[in-house]
Design a protein around this ligand. Structure first.
Ligand SMILES: Nc1ncnc2c1ncn2[C@@H]1O[C@H](COP(=O)(O)OP(=O)(O)O)[C@@H](O)[C@H]1O
Ligand SMILES: [Mg+2]
Length: 369
């Protein structure tokens, strides 16, 4: 699969641009703040129907405008597919495939997979458990529509249960039967989410281990473990936590408390790993994501590498470039503030490279030799 061309209007710092791409390697080079990351984000948006960096859709609309659109032509299984995402302020987001609108944007997710490696991704390692759940949920959702729907429903019921707990506290009364109903719904939906997460981690862990070994010179043993309340007697946990939940006015048991432990020789990387080890673990997770999509969907996801050369040392850059040269990846988009570095790196491999120079939301194709 690859993205053949892209047309953006009023998205972030872009007014109106049309670009065509190489099937292999594409680079966006230019000064900081020129709009390189925004381009990767536009591509990400076409795949995931939201920005990787901006939590609210309306912040993606160019300042002083009220509408943005991103249009891209993909090639998938020898067919051209046109994806359009657009938003007019105050209206519902529009996502279309070959001119047909989806009823729900979530139906689109997973059709044109991408894997993004970006600087703030270290949150997955160092941040709260919520960051890790989000990371894995996004991966599973790209493969499994039912999982995504169950998760959305679970979060919906969770919100209702929490608001019920608040009402009970305010009115100083408590309806046991009603709470029982919510608990049962959370247990039923939670069990579905849990089962998928558990099975997923089992098949994902060896992929991570494999990439970590390849990326790090030392022979460290790493692991990835999943921990959930659903490992235990969940009905009992709900009953036991009820009093506490009523006092705290929030739900303390369920899959929204699940944790994923990243460790090395039995110690948490988040707490004890060096920066280099954390970085290797992160890249291993991302490349495992790539493998996982390839295995499940039999397509190579588009790889988006944001400022990656800044963040990696020479050893890991070399390892990554060996993979690029070996055709392990499909289409790649790379950003770099230092054009000469990127050009040197790609000059050594025999691939079709297209380079765009970005300046204040304007683009110019650079000729390469
Ligand atoms: N909604 C928006 N409208 C206009 N400009 C925006 C919007 N969102 C972000 N920007 C601008 O985009 C620029 C950052 O672009 P970015 O792609 O992160 O740059 P780079 O990756 O090249 O450093 C900033 O100048 C920022 O102000
Ligand atoms: Mg950037």
């Amino acid at each position: 699969m690859y993205l053949e061309n892209l047309s953006i209007n009023h998205f972030k710092n872009y007014n109106s641009v049309q670009l065509s791409f190489s099937k292999e390697i594409n680079c966006f080079v230019g000064k900081n703040g020129s709009g390189k990351t925004n381009l990767l984000d536009a591509i990400y948006y076409l795949s995931i129907t939201k920005s990787a960096f901006t939590p609210q859709d309306n912040q993606c609309v160019q300042h002083d405008q009220n509408i943005f659109s991103i249009k891209g032509q993909f090639h998938l299984n020898d067919k051209k597919r046109l994806v359009l995402c657009g938003l007019q302020l105050g209206k519902k987001k529009l996502v279309k495939l070959d001119d047909k609108p989806y009823r729900k944007a979530s139906e689109h997710i997973g059709k044109f997979p991408v894997v993004l490696i970006a600087p703030n991704d270290t949150d997955i390692i160092r941040g709260a458990s919520d960051d890790r759940r989000k990371f894995f949920d996004a991966i599973i959702s790209q493969i499994d529509q039912d999982y995504l729907l169950n998760l959305i429903n679970y979060n919906h019921v969770l919100k209702q249960r929490n608001s019920l707990l608040r009402q009970f506290a305010e009115k100083d009364y408590f309806d046991k039967d009603l709470l029982d109903q919510y608990d049962q719904q959370l247990i039923d939906l939670g069990k579905k989410v849990y089962t998928v997460r558990k099975k997923f981690i089992k098949s994902f862990q060896p992929l991570v281990v494999n990439h970590y070994e390849n990326l790090s010179e030392a022979s460290e043993v790493i692991s990835l473990e999943y921990e959930s309340h659903f490992d235990l007697d969940i009905g009992k946990l709900f009953t036991e936590s009820r009093k506490k939940d009523l006092i705290l006015k929030r739900s303390t048991v369920g899959v929204h408390k699940d944790e994923f432990h990243f460790s090395m020789s039995g110690r948490l990387i988040r707490k004890f790993g060096s920066q280099g080890q954390q970085k290797s673990y992160l890249i291993a997770l991302k490349l495992a994501h790539f493998d996982y999509i390839l295995e499940k969907k039999e397509v190579k996801p588009i790889l988006l590498l944001d400022d990656i050369f800044d963040k990696l040392d020479d050893f890991r850059i070399t390892k990554l470039m060996e993979m690029v040269a070996s055709d392990a990846f499909g289409q790649i988009f790379v950003t770099d503030a230092r054009p000469e570095r990127t050009l040197n790196i790609f000059e050594e491999i025999n691939h079709d490279v297209k380079v765009y120079e970005v300046e204040n939301g304007e683009l110019k194709e650079m000729t390469t030799h």
